[in-house]
Design a binder for this molecule. Structure first.
Ligand SMILES: [Zn+2]
Length: 497
């Protein structure tokens, strides 16, 4: 009573800022029956299979209809104890939950606050069970606090792996910052532009503190070859890779100014063309030799090659809050909103840029490199969750098979983060899973929250969408979460916000 009263008296602003309590259901024993299973390691589809989950872990996987052909390692001894809940997954596909290696937690867009669980809910609505937060721009303390709330199933959110931005003007300041970030609970570092001596100090201190580095090299003195030598674990996007294969600096027009975002993104579209193939080949080999992961994030630049497509995506209507849309509209004062003179030539340039970039990502994987899935949504007309699924589509466009793309989004992501008990549907592994209404191997679009239209028995039927997102055995009704977000958006529109 007293506690309730205190809660009521607490500052309303503070309460409004807290994410809503979790609707995720925990069960002592959860049974999923009749699922068609994609394991996340690139192996062919199996099933129908029954999975038993206890204490957040998969404890058995068995054929739903036992046959003489047991097909090797799949069958584990059947368990007879009654389940607390059974999900009949007939007609559904089960795969590991998606690991988004580049998911920014954002509480503000377009100069206005976002509901604190808007981003989280859009992630869960798309089967994303783990997110690496690359930069913790909302503050490492908040992100670490939310990581803990999520781990305790107190908020509707995926597992959060917080990487904090580590940049400083001097080597001494960088070392001090990294020590403090470690104490605050950072799981890794995100490094942008730094002078060479600061980079050396960051890499050394990160090693001492046991913090892996992800980098968005952008344009600076150092490039991807330096990053590899310094022990960086992942290259985000692609900057630094073609830069290392140009032999000097990129050729820009004489009025190029890096701080002019229109200029920056326009001429980034010419970078891959300027790189030398033989040099690129050697750069790729060096990255692979140093076990650097490449997280290409194709989807976040999709608008650069077709602005009209990105701006009119069907999900904007029901899932984009008004201030999201405001944020995306052209405005030189905002990061990623540079479409105020985006020309036909820019789009053509970017289409060519993609063709070369995609070819090299595929070559990187062919030679043994670890490719992952990351979204970077919240900028450039890309909405959380939807952008991650778009990334799967674009990796298929790059020449990967759907099974390979799913491996990038699951097993490879876990490997990049050093997580050894997730990203695979396997006995003994965490029950980080998604169940979707339709085959993602046939069509990645079934994973979009907006679903797909298909013909069944001569009639059009609306299908698709993730049905359940399961995080460490906690079941989230993805459809209910999507209904929640639509309601959030409807209310905001009605209120004219
Ligand atoms: Zn980013």
């Amino acid at each position: 009573m007293r506690a309730t009263l205190l809660l009521c008296l607490a500052a309303p602003a503070l309460l409004a800022q807290a994410p809503t309590p979790s609707i995720g259901q925990k069960y002592g024993r959860l049974l999923i029956t009749n699922a068609l299973v994609i394991d996340g390691m690139g192996n062919p589809l199996r099933g129908p299979l029954d999975l038993t989950i206890e204490n957040g872990r998969i404890i058995s996987i068995a054929q739903s209809r036992p046959s003489e052909f047991s097909g090797s390692a799949i069958n584990s001894p059947p368990t007879n104890r009654a389940a607390d809940r059974t999900i009949d997954a007939r007609g559904m596909y089960l795969m590991p939950g998606i690991i988004d290696l580049h998911g920014h937690i954002q509480f503000e867009r377009g100069g206005k606050a976002l509901p604190r669980d808007y981003v989280y809910k859009l992630w869960l609505a798309h089967g994303i069970t783990t997110v690496r937060e690359p930069g913790s721009m909302e503050g490492i303390d908040t992100v670490v606090a939310h990581m803990k709330l999520s781990a305790d199933n107190r908020i509707n959110a995926p597992t959060i792996v917080p990487y904090a931005t580590a940049g400083a003007p001097t080597p001494e300041a960088a070392r001090a910052l990294i020590k403090s970030l470690k104490l605050k609970g950072a799981a890794g570092l995100k490094v942008f532009i730094n002078p060479p001596d600061v980079w050396e100090a960051i890499a050394d201190e990160a090693r001492l503190q046991g913090l892996p580095i992800a980098t968005d090299m952008k344009i600076q003195h150092y490039n991807a070859l330096d990053a590899a030598r310094l022990g960086v674990r992942s290259i985000e996007h692609w900057y630094g890779i073609p830069d290392a294969a140009i032999g000097g600096r990129q050729h820009w027009p004489e009025d190029y100014n890096y701080d002019d975002e229109l200029m920056r993104f326009r001429w980034a579209g010419d970078l891959w063309r300027q790189a030398d193939s033989a040099r690129l080949s050697a750069v790729i080999d060096t990255l692979i030799a140093h076990k650097v992961t490449w997280d290409p994030t194709f989807a976040i630049y999709d608008a650069n090659r077709d602005l009209m497509r990105a701006r009119n995506a069907p999900w904007m209507r029901e899932y984009a809050l008004p201030n999201m849309l405001e944020h995306f509209e052209a405005d030189p004062a905002r990061h990623g909103s540079y479409f105020f003179d985006w020309t036909t030539a820019d789009e053509v340039r970017w289409k060519r840029n993609y063709r070369i970039w995609m070819r090299w990502v595929r070559e990187f994987a062919r030679r043994g490199g670890n490719v992952t899935v990351g979204s970077d949504a919240g900028f450039i007309w890309e909405l959380y969750g939807f952008c991650t699924i778009r990334e799967l589509e674009m990796q298929q466009e790059a020449g990967f098979t759907p099974l390979e793309v799913i491996q990038h989004a699951t097993y490879n992501g876990a490997r990049a983060l050093g997580l050894t008990s997730t990203g695979v549907v396997r006995v003994g592994f965490d029950a980080d899973l998604l169940l979707v209404d339709g085959s993602p191997l046939h069509n990645f679009k079934v994973l979009y929250g907006t679903g797909v239209d298909v013909a069944e028995g001569g009639r059009m039927v609306h299908r698709g969408g993730v049905k359940y997102t399961i995080k460490k055995g906690i079941v989230f009704d993805a459809e209910a979460i999507r209904a929640d977000v639509r309601e959030m958006v409807r209310k905001a529109r009605d209120a004219g916000r």
